[in-house]
Design a protein around this ligand. Structure first.
Ligand code: 5GP
Length: 211
């Protein structure tokens, strides 16, 4: 059996910049596959079905949930979100590293199911900065903003369950740190040990991961 891919989960409060850093990370690393979530939220301007999310109605979401199609599902800010199980498992089984972006409860639910998942928390530099970023995005009503801020404070209290915390002062810097985390994890002995495989004659130097 070939080597199983790694599972990276990027999380953190809304407005911390996890979406932007995740996109920047993926542009620089074609070896990471992103699995799109299913949501009952309405698409925002510019969002593309199948690229940003699979947009479904509540009935279809509940049907998929009842059929056990989600690795985890949660209600976030009044909408339902779910991580389809099959694409994540197929990609990992084929040796592909997978990247997910979840709210904190989703990340922790995935960690319970898949203890080898690598959890990265993207934190804002301060609560004031977080508020400014959510306001600047301008996609939320005043009520939603209040709810997202409340939730952000609770999420910031969960960092101890994560493997890494990246304080997002600057997107370029945070992306570099994320790239470093991905490279380091690919070289972790518990994930893969090409040197040992060399000794055992299973593979040649070609199997050593490229840095
Ligand atoms: P938004 O509606 O702003 O795209 O996302 C709202 C929140 O839901 C974000 O924190 C986002 O990371 C999270 N989210 C997106 N997809 C999923 C999912 O499949 N499961 C969970 N638990 N959270 C998700």
């Amino acid at each position: 059996m070939g080597k199983r891919g790694l599972l990276f989960v990027i999380s953190g409060p809304s407005g911390a910049g996890k979406g932007t850093t995740r996109e920047a990370l993926m542009r620089g690393d074609p070896g990471l596959a992103f699995c799109v979530s299913v949501t009952t939220r309405r698409p925002r301007a510019g969002e593309i079905p199948g690229v940003n999310y699979t947009f479904v109605d509540v009935a279809d979401f509940r049907k998929s949930e009842a059929q056990g199609e989600f690795l985890e599902s949660a209600q976030v800010y009044g909408n339902l979100y779910g991580t389809p199980r099959a694409p994540v498992e197929h990609l990992m089984e084929s040796g592909q590293d997978v990247l997910l972006e979840k709210d904190v409860q989703g990340a922790l639910a995935i960690q319970r199911r898949m203890p080898h998942a690598i959890l990265v928390f993207i934190a804002p530099p301060s609560v004031d900065e977080l508020k400014a970023r959510i306001l600047k995005r301008g996609t939320e009503s005043a009520e939603d903003l209040e709810c997202r801020l409340d939730c952000a404070l609770r999420e910031m209290d969960e960092t101890r369950h994560f493997d890494y915390v990246v304080v997002n002062y600057d997107i370029d810097r945070s992306t570099q740190v994320l790239e470093a985390i991905v490279i380091a994890e690919r070289h972790r002995v518990r994930h893969s040990n090409p040197a040992q495989e060399c000794l055992e004659g299973k593979s040649g130097h070609d199997a050593l991961p490229a840095s």
